[in-house]
Ligand binder design. Structure first.
Ligand code: ATP
Ligand code: MG
Length: 507
């Protein structure tokens, strides 16, 4: 029997107030895709950060090819052939794609003083050609969509030719075709003997891509199963420590008698949006489906004052309104949960309570004023509990929370604000199975209380389950508005790839 490529034994790691990992073990074989799953805060990312030399262990033994190694810095990890794709994006927004990928190892000009830009861009272009990625390496990262940033992160990790590749939720921001692309790459790597550790909350993916599955719960090792023998409901029960019933559709579908709250008429935005029109009714959940770049996020950003449209009209309860800034949107009681939590959502250095109660930049002073208020703190506490945000206290800095729990903080913020119109952009991205159900229930309840909800999601099953009606977009246009109770995956995909055409309108 060969030595495993990588073996971890007795891994423990504590942070103030939390034991993130205790006595965890894991083994990775060459040419294996090993999935690691667990609820938000289970310790997955912490384990990977130890391997990548970002955190220092409290106690552990790490072996590569049977030889004990010490990973005390990211450089040490790199030299051992370990490469990581982070859950949180780590790219520099002001640098180009190529600069980001080769940061710290740029090719130099003759005398070695200057970065050789042409060579740099050519290196990146070659890498992209090899990986089948269609992006211009000279583009600034700030100008990329979240999904494109994700692709760059992946390309960067692959550029190291690692023997051990760690992927921490690589597909969270990807659509199906991009995911399929990634899986092809992973299979190639596996064929070459690379070991891949694969973390995902999209449990359906595990069957497709992994060889074995290790489950963590509350920082402890639970079990390792060969994927071929693992039943998904069983894996889920190992993750959450109880049996979890799969939820089913509870929404009714379109209702013609409800008052219209928001009317969007002919929105246009510099080639990004073309004549986008739809209505949102009171108490409705309006799903938005489409491929990345279809214009869903752009539409949302205009509605919340983050971007301006060139053309078109927005009416709120029949009255035309101008939404020029996020503060305008907030005044009109329109809330937006951004898909990019790091850039537009969280203040990482502030505590959890502050982040829940802070609403928009314009309101900060205000939030600071009332944040010590007993009732406000209590309402923050209520939402934190409702969403089961895992944090030692409301005073912990948001940066110390796990990825999924950070996402829940933003959700809690919009709930605490009591908006009439709530726009959720990928509300369950990075959220574990159990918490997803809780979020669905919450959305249901909010709609039941008369809130009007726009839910943008790339996970079709989620849209099909939650939406009363589904607006499908393609290349900046609305291609159809479907009855959520009657639509199926195939129909939605048809409209999502139907550029130009106008589809049936369900109301
Ligand atoms: N730098 C830190 N300081 C303090 N606590 C931390 C820090 N990093 C992680 N933690 C805590 O360690 C625990 C495990 O977090 P980790 O990020 O590993 O979870 P995860 O399994 O990756 O969850 P998710 O699915 O949400 O990404 C959490 O309770 C988290 O709050
Ligand atoms: Mg994580």
């Amino acid at each position: 029997m060969h030595e495993p490529l990588l073996s971890l034994e007795g891994i423990s790691k504590g942070f103030p107030g939390v034991q993130a990992l205790s006595d965890v073990h894991l083994e990775l074989r060459a040419g294996e895709v090993h999935a690691v799953v667990g609820e938000n805060g289970a310790g997955k990312s912490t384990l990977m950060k130890l391997l990548a030399g970002i955190h220092q262990k409290d106690a552990d033994v790490i072996r590569i090819d049977g030889r004990e190694v010490d990973i005390d810095s990211p450089r040490a990890a790199q030299e051992l052939g370990i490469s990581i794709i982070h859950q949180e994006f780590s790219l520099m927004p002001d640098l180009t794609i190529a600069e980001n990928i080769y940061i710290g190892r740029e090719p130099r000009t003759g005398l070695g003083l200057l970065v050789d830009d042409r060579k740099l861009n050519r290196l990146a272009a070659d890498l992209f050609a090899r990986l089948g990625i269609e992006l211009d390496p000279r583009t600034r990262v700030a100008d990329l969509l979240v999904a494109q940033q994700q692709v760059v992160e992946i390309a960067k990790a692959l550029s190291f030719d690692a023997r051990i590749l760690i992927m921490d939720e690589p597909t969270a921001a990807l659509t199906e075709s991009e995911t399929a692309n990634l899986f092809r790459l992973i299979r190639d790597l596996r064929g070459e003997g690379t070991g891949v550790i694969y973390i995902s909350h999209r449990l359906g993916e595990l069957k497709e891509i992994s060889d074995r599955i290790t489950v963590l719960r509350d920082g402890e090792y639970v079990d390792t199963l060969p994927t071929a023998e693992a039943e998904l409901p069983h894996v889920i029960s190992l993750m959450v420590g109880r049996h979890l019933a799969a939820g089913s559709r509870t929404r009714q579908g379109p209702q013609t008698d409800r008052p219209v709250v928001l009317e969007v008429r002919g929105l246009g935005d510099k080639g990004l949006l073309d004549d986008v029109s739809f209505d949102l009714c009171e108490g409705e959940i309006l799903g938005f489906a489409g491929l990345v770049g279809a214009g869903r996020t752009e539409t949302a950003r205009i509605l919340c004052g983050a971007d301006r449209a060139d053309r078109g009209q927005i009416l709120l309860r029949g009255r035309p309104v101008k939404i020029r800034t996020p503060a305008d949107a907030a005044r009109l009681r329109i809330g937006y949960l951004s898909e990019d939590r790091k850039r537009f959502g969280l203040m990482l250095d502030q505590d959890v309570g502050f982040n829940i109660l802070a609403s928009s930049l314009a309101d900060h002073a205000n939030a600071l004023g009332f944040i010590h208020d007993g009732p406000a703190r209590r309402s923050a506490q209520t939402y934190a509990e409702q969403l089961r945000i895992r944090t030692p206290s409301l005073r912990s800095e948001v940066r110390t929370l796990s990825g999924g729990n950070q996402q829940k903080v933003i959700l809690a913020r919009w709930l605490a604000r009591d908006c009439d119109v709530l726009i959720f952009d990928e509300p369950t991205r990075g959220i574990d199975v159990g918490a997803k159900e809780e979020i669905y229930e919450l959305l249901d309840r909010l709609a039941g209380e008369g809130k009007s909800i726009i839910m943008i999601s790339s996970e079709l099953p989620e849209v099909l389950r939650m939406a009363d009606r589904i607006v499908v977009m393609c290349e900046g246009k609305v291609t159809g508005v479907l009855d959520g109770a009657a639509a199926d995956q195939r129909t939605v995909m048809e409209y999502a790839t139907r550029s130009g055409a106008h589809g049936g309108i369900a109301r």
